[in-house]
Ligand binder design. Structure first.
Ligand code: GTP
Length: 356
């Protein structure tokens, strides 16, 4: 199936760079689950019980953080396609804690690192983390030796920080950054490691995965930032974010980075809309959102949080001062223009690409 120029709808998912995976995934030795269309990958790596599966389940399956204590250890490589729309369009690989990417010839994972990847090392900060740091360095050295490192964005999630005070978090961040970078430079590896403090008990894990996801769509990101800026400025908005409502990951924002408290405010708003809709939508209704979905909350400090559904699970969340609402017509007009611009960009970007 091909995207037609005249299509009004942006399809839910686009297959992006078709190529054939050389080796079947390891949990699929027969190749039954033949992935002929390799999407960008997010690879979760880390020691046993560091929290990899919990991250996957909480963000992509809406599992509550409390339920993750019942998760069993992953004993073989698991992968799943978590595509929601043309932005959240990737496959997640959850490596078993004991996996070594290159050490064991019976389990050579190197083919998985081919193509566009984000490699996330998850460190359990509540445990002694020397072994975890050794594993990071060993894996990166292995990737470097195989000349695979150039394609890969590398992240370190300093995980389970809900158990730490602010001072302990800052200390862990500094210590881990220093030790990993030190060992990597000793091994002669220059790499831009992105380190995040995360927990499944708050929004930090969604924020961290938003940043990872954005690295997988760099070609679209700058265009969407420009579109969001073009919306923000004439309307006098403080911040505008484009969210995937299913995962609470933000796809893009205006060019200024988003302070964590603002990101949390937006997530609370999305949760509020979902909770109210959950109570009052009829069971036959598949989604809380349609083209008319629009909501606003006025805070007593004069801030307004406004959401407007765009398409394909994507919703705009805008933060503005209530004085800006005097020009509500202008805001609605610019949001409609944004929506049209997004539609045009996606159509031209994915024109004649096969659609799943
Ligand atoms: N306090 C806290 N505990 C967490 C967090 N994330 C995961 N856990 C707990 O960590 C334990 C291990 O989580 P898993 O997700 O199974 O860890 P894993 O890395 O997939 O483990 P393996 O499958 O053995 O490799 C569970 O008891 C989770 O509840 C977090 O952010 N904070």
């Amino acid at each position: 199936m091909y995207v037609d120029d005249d299509d009004d709808q942006i399809p839910n998912s686009y297959s992006q760079r078709p190529q054939v995976l050389n080796t079947p995934p390891l949990d699929d030795p027969e190749g039954e689950d033949d992935i002929t269309d390799v999407k960008p990958k997010i690879l979760l790596f880390g020691l046993r019980r560091s929290g990899k599966t919990s991250i996957r389940k909480v963000v992509f399956h809406k599992m509550s953080a409390n339920e993750t204590i019942f998760l069993e250890s992953t004993t073989k490589l698991e992968h799943e396609d978590v595509s929601r729309n043309c932005f959240i369009d990737y496959v997640i690989y959850d490596f078993p804690g004991q996996a070594d990417a290159f050490e064991d010839s019976a389990m050579d994972y190197s083919h998985i690192f081919e193509g566009k990847c984000a490699l996330i090392f998850v460190i359990d900060v509540l445990e002694e983390y020397k072994d975890a740091l050794d594993k990071i360095v060993m894996t990166l050295v292995g990737l470097d030796n195989k000349r695979l490192l150039d394609n890969i964005e590398v992240f370190v999630f300093i995980h389970k920080v809900d158990g730490l005070s602010d001072d302990q978090r800052a200390e862990a961040l500094k210590d881990i950054n220093f030790k990993v970078n030190d060992e990597l430079s000793e091994a002669g590896i220059q790499i831009n490691l992105k380190t995040q403090l995360t927990s499944v008990y708050d929004y930090s894990i969604f924020e961290a995965l938003s940043i990872v996801g954005q690295k997988l769509i760099p070609e679209l990101l700058s265009t969407f930032e420009a579109l969001l800026n073009a919306l923000k400025e004439p309307c006098g908005m403080d911040r505008v974010l484009l969210f995937d409502v299913a995962t609470k990951c933000y796809i893009a924002t205006d060019t200024e980075s988003v302070p964590t408290n603002k990101y949390e405010m937006c997530c609370d708003m999305l949760d509020l809309v979902a909770d109210v809709s959950n109570i009052y939508t009829t069971p036959e209704c598949f989604s809380f959102y349609d083209s008319k979905s629009f909501s606003s909350v006025h805070l007593d400090n004069g801030t307004v949080i406004l959401t407007k559904y765009i398409c394909n699970n994507l919703t705009l969340v805008c933060l503005l001062q209530d004085s800006c609402l005097a020009e509500l017509g202008l805001i609605e007009y610019n949001i409609a223009k944004f929506s049209q611009g997004m539609d045009d960009v996606l159509k031209s970007h994915f024109k004649r690409k096969p659609v799943k």
